[in-house]
Ligand binder design. Structure first.
Ligand SMILES: [Zn+2]
Length: 69
């Protein structure tokens, strides 16, 4: 299993924001603006710049249990 998070492609940071469509009546969010294709709607706080956000999968921390067979 892996933990999937969106990160900045530049620095790999998770402290990022994306612009999203939100229904003002329900507060429900829909797709990102130009998801994946337009960096002007994606922001990285660490780079303090527009960035591209990418989905990255991190492996789950391994159990340190020794599985002797
Ligand atoms: Zn960054």
């Amino acid at each position: 299993m892996a933990r999937e998070v969106y990160v900045c492609e530049e620095c790999g940071g998770e402290d990022i924001q994306v612009a999203m469509w939100v229904n003002p009546n329900t507060g429900e969010s829909d797709d990102w603006f130009g998801s994946g294709s337009c960096s002007s709607t994606q922001w990285c706080h660490r780079c303090e710049a527009n960035c591209f956000v990418t989905l990255r999968a991190y492996p789950e921390p391994q159990d340190t249990k020794e599985g002797g067979s």
